[in-house]
Design a protein around this ligand. Structure first.
Ligand code: SF4
Ligand code: SF4
Length: 211
């Protein structure tokens, strides 16, 4: 750390392989701008909402991910800005789901890998918003889409959890699916759906067809 007459000690760190210096109150994004990374007007929210400024962050032997606009500079850290996420590979149209009754089967067709979660907690550890990502995926696999959607309510779609998932589950897109279909269908609770289906399949008691 070296002295800066105007703002006190400067912080020395590495951004994208370049040794840089920044004022200690700066975020990593501000440090990048101060060291020559072009500032593009109107791109990014700088408030941890748009999820665009994804970084890999090394502190000594510890490696993690974060959002650069929410991360203050620290002496000796190494920062690598990550490229934008790849285009989503799970394709579906909400209007192709004719009603709310077959969503569980369709979910398993669209996200077959979701059932292979190995509970490694990688997605939870990588989430800058403290979302219970792993639990949200498990809820979706069990057909509890409304609850899963609620678990992902604060998700900013940074997709750092997708980057961390060894099973390529794309938890962010599982959460997005759940939020979308909950809004689209105003889903009934799964216990109610299951009970109504049981009733529908029970044989008639008096020889009359059920309405
Ligand atoms: S759930 Fe995934 S995409 Fe959403 S904020 Fe957390 S890490 Fe980012
Ligand atoms: S990172 Fe993937 S495999 Fe690991 S707990 Fe999360 S969803 Fe499951």
């Amino acid at each position: 750390m070296t002295e800066n007459a105007a703002s006190g000690p400067a912080v020395e760190l590495t951004i994208n392989g370049q040794a840089v210096r920044a004022e200690r109150h700066m975020t990593v994004v501000e440090a990048a701008w101060a060291n020559g990374v072009p500032r593009v007007s109107g791109v990014g929210c700088l408030e941890g909402v748009c999820g665009s400024c994804r970084i890999l962050l090394r502190r000594g032997k510890e490696v993690g991910v974060a959002l650069a606009c929410e991360t203050l500079v620290e002496p000796g850290i190494e920062v690598l800005f990550l490229p934008p996420p790849a285009a989503p590979r799970h394709q579906y149209e909400l209007t192709d789901l004719s009603d709310g009754w077959d969503i569980q089967a369709r979910f398993q067709e669209i996200f077959p890998e979701a059932a292979r979660c190995r509970h490694c907690h990688g997605c939870v550890r990588s989430c800058p918003k403290g979302i219970v990502v792993e639990e949200g995926v498990a809820l979706a696999v069990a057909g509890h889409f409304r609850e899963a959607g609620e678990a992902f309510f604060e998700c900013v779609m940074c997709e750092l959890c997708d980057t961390a998932c060894p099973e390529q589950i794309a938890p962010a897109h599982v959460g997005l699916f759940c939020r979308r279909i909950t809004a689209f269908f105003h889903l009934r609770p799964p216990n109610l759906i299951n009970r109504l289906e049981e009733i529908r399949q029970e044989p008639p008691q008096d020889g009359k067809e059920k309405p």
